[in-house]
Design a binder for this molecule. Structure first.
Ligand code: PMP
Length: 403
């Protein structure tokens, strides 16, 4: 007998559990040119150093073409690993050696490899509430049991790492700088308290820091990696070239104790052998003589200006009943609406007026989602369209506040 709805494929249970991401669904709508989209998380193309990267690829292919087009070691291109190890001094980690660095195909791959390394079905994993959706998606493939660590206006609350929460947890995933989605930054006191508590509890920290170099206000703070080493905490740091150069390169790195790197190397080998040799060599060629010292101030300026446009428009057009974060860097502003407004309901009205954003709900795991929250990205929209879009959103929020 033939079925009317044949299911020709038997997918793994793991694959069957994956649902399409809310952001991806929203982004489909926002591709329409008439939509003013604050939904995407794309870096500013104005900041992509196209000529410099072009010249680097040309030089590598001319001078070292055979090696650049050959297979390479899983650990990554050694000069690039050495560059990463010494560059970490800027965030207060002075004693990193090359064997503690693994080059990956974007920090998104790092999240997947770490999921494979640490998570069995049902393993306890601690995440901030809210947290980066892409990490939740990566980890979820390995079927963890998420437990949320409470946060407030200043980010993760270290005292929230109670004995109950940390017991048998495999790791905590933390975003100390300009967090995605909230734009919040963990202050020095909390950073120190967090690494101290994790050292005591023997709880590894995954520090995801793709935005650290995009600080355009306030003072730089030491990363968890350096602070953790002072107190004996295990910190696995993820870095990325996506926001400092360009995301299409798909290049990032993991810094961790050698024993963890050795396991990750085995896992990465099984996943993709190694990250593209040509890309690694071209990026090394681009940055090794200090290009980022010139480039980063220009990139920060773009983000600072864009952020300023949005904050200014929000100040002018949002009702006093809405609250929002004022990021010191990065790409996102987090809005808390009056409690009775559901951000999904606001989104459906906003899309009719050609404005899009991401509701806060999907960023929560292991905790009741706060449905009156949303994320705005200010990076790729022009000043005029930011004003126009924020004015529309402000009006829609004010309308729901009185209805
Ligand atoms: N972590 C965070 C917090 C991010 O926001 C992103 C990109 N949106 C990534 C990791 C992945 O970055 P990539 O793979 O491009 O390095």
């Amino acid at each position: 007998m033939t079925s009317l709805n044949p299911q020709p494929y038997t997918f793994s249970q793991r694959a069957q559990k994956i649902t399409s991401s809310t952001i991806r669904e929203i982004l489909k709508v926002t591709e329409r040119p008439e939509i003013i989209s604050f939904a995407g998380g794309l870096p500013a193309p104005k900041g992509f150093p196209i000529d410099i990267i072009y010249a680097a690829y040309e030089k590598v292919l001319n001078h070292n073409g055979k090696a650049a087009l050959q297979y390479g070691p899983t650990e990554g291109y050694r000069p690039l690993r050495e560059w990463v190890a010494q560059d970490l001094k800027r965030v207060g980690a002075h004693d990193v050696n090359v064997d503690q660095v693994l080059i990956v195909s974007g920090s998104q791959q790092a999240l997947d490899l770490l999921g494979k390394l640490f998570i069995d079905p049902g393993s306890k994993v601690l995440v901030e509430a809210p947290s980066y959706l892409g990490a939740l998606q990566s980890f979820s493939l390995y079927e963890p049991n998420y437990v949320a660590v409470p946060t407030d206006d200043k980010g993760l609350i270290p005292e929230g790492l109670t004995d109950d929460r940390v017991a048998h947890a495999r790791f905590i995933y933390a975003l100390p700088n300009f967090q995605n989605p909230t734009g919040r930054t963990l202050n020095l006191e909390r950073r120190k308290a967090l690494v101290k508590r994790c050292a005591e509890a023997n709880l590894p920290i995954i520090e995801d820091d793709p935005y650290g170099d995009l600080r355009y206000a306030g003072e730089p703070l030491p990363g968890l990696l350096g602070l953790g080493r002072e107190v004996g905490a295990t910190v696995i740091r993820l870095g990325s070239f996506s926001k400092v150069l360009a995301p299409g390169l798909r290049l990032g790195y993991i810094v961790a104790p050698e024993a963890i790197i050795a396991k990750l190397v085995q896992i990465k080998q099984a996943t993709d052998l190694h990250t593209a040799t040509l890309t690694q060599m071209a990026v090394y060629e681009t940055i090794h003589e200090g290009f980022l010292n010139f480039h980063l101030p220009a990139v920060r300026e773009i983000y600072k200006e864009q952020c300023g446009y949005m904050l200014e428009a929000m100040q002018e057009f949002f009702p006093a009943s809405a609250k929002w974060t004022r990021p010191e860097g990065g790409m996102f502003i987090w809005v808390t609406l009056p409690e009775h407004i559901d951000a999904y309901e606001l989104l459906s009205r906003a899309i009719k007026k050609h404005v899009a954003f991401v509701p806060g709900e999907p960023f929560y795991a292991g905790a009741e989602p706060v449905r009156n929250t949303l994320r705005l990205s200010f990076v790729t929209v022009s000043k005029e369209r930011i004003r126009e879009g924020i004015e529309i959103l402000g009006r829609l929020i004010a309308e729901s506040a009185v209805s």
